[in-house]
Each structure stands twice: as structure tokens, then as C-alpha cells.
Design a binder for this molecule. Structure first.
Ligand code: EPZ
Length: 416
């Protein structure tokens, strides 16, 4: 079931329920390590990355099991400090276990996570911040050993608002003695979600979601029940799918309050967006208007939705410019979109110009990474005729059931 078949060219009409957020649930699950008791994390998406996190937590000694739509984690017996090699290599977000395990055990041994298909993804910001909190790093045989005799608060200024580094500083800061004052923090909603969970467990964190976060460390933590919010990136994927294909869709539970830049772009592309307590309603007349799009850290336009806009604008009514400022290799779908008849010029690794064409035609495509892969499925929905997308295991890392969701929105999409 590694491929998806799409019979495209139909306007979308329907309602899809948006799954829980991948990028919120992973750090929250990592944070359960700090608690030393049982916690229930509800609304976790059943996706490959969450399954990998469950395996990792088990390998560290936690009792972990699914219960209804959520996951119970009991971290009373965390003993191991070494993360299994395959897990670290296979999932970049295993990195958020670094701060959590340091906080819990004072030591972590792990493989260097390395780059990935969307970019180099160094971890220098994580390491230099944690070093300021008393962590010493040594490297042997490709492994990193991070150890702190006494983890302590610090004044840290991040030169770039890295999401993962902000999460690691918060996780370590909660367990550290004294106060950590973090400036230049990432403001992504997932940071606020992580802090809300930790505060529910007894931590004291101020300013999460702003660029200055103060963590009063060393508080006793208790297990807690928590509900993961809906996934803003999954919601955005279907939103731009609808804008590219045309139609009317309702995205149930879509977190509009986290999607201001996304909804603004959708409106500039000609979508009519209506927000209610229950979700987001979108009406799209047909071919999108062109836009000038620049990705940026939150509250800017998310890099994770850049390829969804690119796919939609491939059949836009004019010339769109896109600049990718976060990752250096995030235009991997350009070649596949060209196979569908798209007219896209890539001037360098960070810039493309799209001259919209009236009709995209179905083609054989290959997903090379998570968000680009999902955008190719959306492109297949917009195109006339049949498309096949291979390599879909990337997509299942972040989308519970993209075929079911697009079918609920009226498209003809099946996994084969
Ligand atoms: C998170 O990755 C997300 N992953 C990504 O989503 C998302 O694209 C990204 O934030 C940006 O919003 C998770 O939350 C699990 P960063 P993260 O640290 O934390 C550079 C998806 O598809 N950098 O903010 O790894 C880095 O190379 C994924 O769901 C350093 O130079 O992102 C990149 O260019 C993909 N040194 C930029 O910062 C560092 O030490 C942003 O990275 C850390 C990062």
C-alpha cells in the first residue's frame, strides 16, 4: 500500500475531520518522560512518527499503550539513557527526547541525527543552548553523549527561532535548578501546546508562544490528562487542495486561530474562508489567483505548506513567486509537477516562479518527503485524468489517512 491512485479533475465538496497535530503530539509525548508518573495524551494521530515515538519511549523503559484516541505513558521506570540508532536516524523529532531525557536522567547517548531530504538540519543551536545550562557534549563513533552534573537555568538568546531548540530548552529548563530566560524563542503554536502540557503537570513557564519565555525550573511534576489540538498543517493541505481543485469544503476542528497567515494567503488566492467554532469552511471558485509567497517562522507562512501552495498555483491564473527561507531543499516536487504540465522555473534552491496553466494532467509521481508528497496527492486531485503517487510511506509519517480525507472531500483517491 505504498502508492496512491487518484482520478482527478473533480471539484471538491464535503467535510473532513482534521486529525490531532503531529508536531504538537511528538514533543508532548517526549515531555511525559519528565513526569515520572502516568499521563494520558488524547487526540494523538495514528501516524508513523507517533508510532516511532511510542517505540522510543518503550525502549527507554516507559509503559506505553493506546487507549481510545490517545496514548497512556507511564514513565515511572525510565532507566535507559541510550536511544536506539534506527529510531534516531528514522525520525528527526526523536531529538526532542534530548532535553526531556537530560531533564530526567542527566545523561543521553544518541546517534547524531544528521540531515534529511529537506535540508541539512544541524543541531548546533540545541547544543549551544543546552551547554549554557551545564550540559557537556562529547562525540565518539558518530554518537553524541550529553551529560549534566547539575542542570541549571541560564539566559539564552537563540540567533534563529528554531522550533526544536526552543522545545529542548523548555524541556531541560523545567527540570533545571533556577530560572531559564530564553529570548529569540520560536513562537509556533506547538511551543504553546508543549508549555500548556508541562504547566498542567505542575511546571511554571511564562511567555510561551512569544519570543521571550521564562521557565522557573525544579518544580515537582505530576502526571496529567491532555488533549492535543488539531493539525494546522494537515488542515492547510486540504484547504489549498480545495483552492487548487475548486469547490466547497468544511474542515472540522481545523485550528483557525493558528492559521492566520495561511487563511490570508488562501483568501489572496481567491478562496472565501469562513471560520466558526467547529472549523473552517472554504469555498473556492476555480483556478487560484497568483500570489507572492515567502515562508517564515510563525506567525509567518509555514514552510510545511509551501508545496501545497506551489501545487495549487501550478494551475493558477497568473505568475506566482515563492521564496523558501527555512529549509534549503524544499522544492523537490517541481520535477513531478512539470510532468503534469506545470510551468515552473527554479532560479536557485530557494526561489521558484510558477506560470499557472489552465489544466494539469495526471501522471506517475513519487513522494520524496512528507509535505511534498501530500502536495503531490493534492495536485493529482486537481489534475485531469489518473495519477499515481509512489513512495507514500513518507506521507503516512504525518497523515493518518490522506485517501480517506480526500474521499470525504469528494475526490477519488485510493491507496493501492
Ligand atoms: C520543526 O522542525 C517541524 N518539525 C518541521 O516540520 C517544521 O518544518 C519546522 O519546525 C519549521 O517550522 C517538528 O516539529 C517535529 P527548526 P525543526 O529547528 O524543529 C535550522 C514536518 O513536515 N537549524 O525550526 O527541526 C534548520 O536547519 C516537519 O512536519 C539550525 O541551523 O525546525 C532549518 O533550516 C518538517 N540549527 C531552520 O533552522 C539548529 O540547531 C528551522 O529549523 C536547528 C535548526
Amino acid at each position: 500500500m505504498d502508492s496512491i491512485r487518484i482520478q482527478g479533475g473533480i471539484c471538491l465538496q464535503g467535510k473532513a475531520r482534521i486529525q490531532g497535530s503531529k508536531n504538537a503530539s511528538l514533543p508532548v509525548l517526549a515531555a511525559t518522560l519528565l513526569v515520572g508518573e502516568g499521563s494520558y495524551i488524547g487526540n494523538c494521530p495514528r501516524i508513523a512518527d507517533v508510532h516511532s515515538m511510542v517505540s522510543l519511549l518503550k525502549s527507554l523503559g516507559c509503559a506505553v499503550y493506546w487507549q481510545e484516541t490517545g496514548i497512556v505513558v507511564d514513565s515511572s521506570n525510565v532507566g535507559k539513557r541510550e536511544m536506539p540508532k534506527e529510531a534516531v536516524r528514522g525520525m528527526r523529532s526523536s531529538l526532542c527526547l534530548l532535553g526531556a531525557l537530560l531533564g530526567r536522567c542527566g545523561e543521553v547517548i544518541m546517534e547524531y541525527p544528521g540531515g534529511c531530504v529537506i535540508g541539512e538540519r544541524p543541531i548546533d543551536l540545541h547544543m549551544s543552548a543546552l551547554a549554557q545550562m551545564g550540559v557537556e557534549f562529547t562525540q565518539t563513533d558518530g554518537k553524541i553523549r550529553a551529560a549534566a552534573n547539575s542542570l541549571h537555568g541560564a539566559c539564552i538568546d537563540l540567533p534563529f527561532p528554531s522550533v526544536g531548540a526552543t522545545e529542548n530548552i523548555i524541556l531541560a529548563g523545567v527540570a533545571a535548578e533556577g530560572e531559564t530566560i530564553l529570548t529569540g524563542a520560536a513562537r509556533e503554536p506547538e511551543i504553546l501546546t508543549l508549555s500548556r502540557f508541562l504547566c498542567r503537570c505542575g511546571a511554571c513557564i511564562e511567555g510561551a508562544g512569544s519570543s521571550r519565555v521564562v521557565i522557573h525550573g525544579g518544580k515537582r511534576l505530576y502526571g496529567a490528562d491532555f488533549w492535543v489540538p488539531a493539525d494546522r498543517i494537515v488542515a492547510g493541505t486540504y484547504l489549498f487542495g480545495c483552492i487548487g481543485a475548486g469547490g466547497n469544503v468544511f474542515l472540522e476542528h481545523a485550528p483557525a486561530e493558528e492559521m492566520e497567515a495561511v487563511l490570508l494567503t488562501a483568501e489572496q488566492m481567491g478562496g472565501h474562508v469562513c471560520v466558526s467554532e467547529e472549523g473552517i469552511y472554504v469555498q473556492a471558485p476555480g483556478r487560484p489567483f497568483p500570489v507572492d509567497l515567502v515562508t517564515a517562522p510563525y506567525p509567518g507562512f509555514p514552510t510545511d505548506l509551501q508545496s501545497a501552495v506551489l501545487a495549487a498555483e501550478a494551475r493558477g491564473m497568473g505568475c506566482t513567486h515563492i521564496e523558501e527561507t527555512i529549509f534549503e531543499n524544499r522544492f523537490r516536487i517541481v520535477e513531478d509537477l512539470r510532468k503534469m504540465g506545470a510551468c515552473i522555473e527554479q532560479s536557485d534552491a530557494r526561489h521558484v516562479t510558477v506560470q499557472g496553466v489552465e489544466t494539469l494532467r495526471g501522471a506517475r509521481l513519487t513522494a520524496g518527503e512528507l509535505r511534498g508528497g501530500a502536495a503531490l496527492v493534492a495536485a493529482g486531485v486537481m489534475a485531469q485524468g489518473a495519477s499515481f503517487v509512489g513512495g507514500c510511506s513518507y506521507i503516512y509519517r504525518g497523515y493518518e489517512n490522506i485517501c480517506r480525507d480526500f474521499r470525504e472531500l469528494g475526490a477519488r483517491v485510493t491507496s493501492v
